[in-house]
Design a protein around this ligand. Structure first.
Ligand SMILES: [Zn+2]
Length: 59
């Protein structure tokens, strides 16, 4: 799926049917590894906090 910036609408194909402009197909970039690391670190931190809370409640 491409996107026409002139009409601000999605375009099916390589040429916009409204204005006739050639549009470039935008490829989705993969998630950078720094983001994955950040997400994993956040999950580990949350699990640690939940573990602490559960151990605190059980005492
Ligand atoms: Zn267009």
């Amino acid at each position: 799926m491409a996107w026409c910036e002139n009409c601000d609408r999605p375009v099916d194909g390589e040429v916009c049917t409204i204005c006739g402009e050639e549009v470039t197909v935008t490829e989705r970039e993969p998630i950078p590894w720094t983001w994955r690391f950040f997400i994993v670190a956040t999950i580990i931190y949350l699990i640690w906090r939940i573990y602490q809370l559960v151990s605190w409640l059980s005492h």
